[in-house]
Structure formats: structure tokens, C-alpha cells
Design a protein around this ligand. Sequence first.
Ligand code: FAD
Length: 183
Amino acid sequence: MAANLAATAANLEDPSAARGLFRQVMGRFATGVTVITTSLSGEVFGMTANAFMAGSLEPMLCVVSINRTAKMHERLCESGHYGVSFLSQEQRHLSAHFAGQRVGHVDPEFCFRGRTPVVRHAVAAVTAEILDTVACGDHTLFVGRIASLEAAAARRPLLFYAGRYARMDLLSPIEEVEPPAFW
Ligand code: FAD
């Protein structure tokens, strides 16, 4: 551990090495994968994101962090609302597609909750009206007030860890007891 900390301190003095280390360390935080969606002038737009979290229970808020250079950034500022679809492990191709990677022919299906689109056949989805934006360096945090919530019991989530997609191993739970509820 001490050796790791020494390496960390040395790397942080070199901006390029520090950025690499930042990516590596943050990538060790395992997440799901979402597609952020919105609609503008009748057109639907989507973008892959894993910087998503529940923000507050009372009132119910969620937060997504969007790079200021992403087209979705401008789109959210204009539309004022977004959907967040939690992808299933069968939807890995959609994650790649909505991250701008070429994965052959992809024809994503959307459905609407009010004016907000979500991706069909996701594990779960929320829609939100944008309540606030917070500058966060080269990203912006979009705080949304929850407008709809849904979940599909039988689907398994797509995971992202250390820059790679992964499946959840439901056959090997770490413990049998329920963790305490904190929400
Ligand atoms: P575009 O480049 O316009 O859209 C992205 C892709 O989606 C394009 O291929 C486009 O053709 C396609 N697309 C859009 N709408 C539709 C539609 N209606 N029908 C069919 N195809 C459509 N970036 C962040 O800012 N925050 C994050 O939290 C984040 N997390 C990520 C997690 C993962 C696992 C990955 C792989 C990427 C992540 N990114 C994140 C990066 C982000 O997904 C890419 O930078 C993305 O290309 C930005 O898209 P854009 O908004 O610029 O839009």
C-alpha cells in the first residue's frame, strides 16, 4: 500500500501521468451503463453515460455528468428534460453505438414517457425534468426532478469496470443477508 501511495504522489506531479492515473482509479469504481436520451423538435437523441447517480429521495432527484464537448450537452440545455435507461447485458451494442463507436447496423427502439424518450427493453428507466445545472470542470452536472420510474424484474444489467464491460454474477452473492437500506 505504501509503495502504491508513493507512486501516486510522484505521478500527480506530472499532469499527463496524473490524468492517466485518474482514469485508472476512477475506472475501478464499477458502474452500470445508461443511455441518456432527450427529444428536440420531434427528434430523439441518445448518448452513453455511466456518470449517473440517484441524487435525493425527498424530493426525488437524479444527477448525470455530461462532458461540455458532447452534443448531448447542448441538447439537454435546450430541451430541459432527459431519460436515463439502464442497459441490460444484451444491450452492449447499444452502449457502443451511443458512445459513437461503429458496431454495424443498429436500429435502437425508443418509447415515450410524456415528452421524454427512453430505450426499449432496458433493465430500468427514469425520466426527469432538469431542475438545475452545476459546472463541474469540463463536465456539467444536470440535476433532474424525477418524472417517471420503471423497472423490468427479469433483465440483468450491463456493468462497466476498468474500461471493460462485464456481467453480474448473480450465482455468487457475497452475503445472504439484506444490506441496510440507506434511502
Ligand atoms: P453523438 O455523437 O451525436 O451521439 C452518439 C452516438 O449516438 C452517435 O453514433 C449517434 O449516431 C447515435 N445516436 C444519437 N441519437 C440517436 C438516435 N435517435 N438513433 C440512433 N442513433 C443515435 N460521456 C459523458 O459526458 N458522461 C459520461 O458519464 C459518459 N460515460 C460513458 C460511459 C461509457 C461506458 C462509454 C463507452 C462512454 C461514456 N461517455 C460519457 C462518452 C460518450 O458516450 C461519448 O463521448 C458520446 O459519443 C458523446 O455523444 P454526443 O452527445 O457527442 O452525441
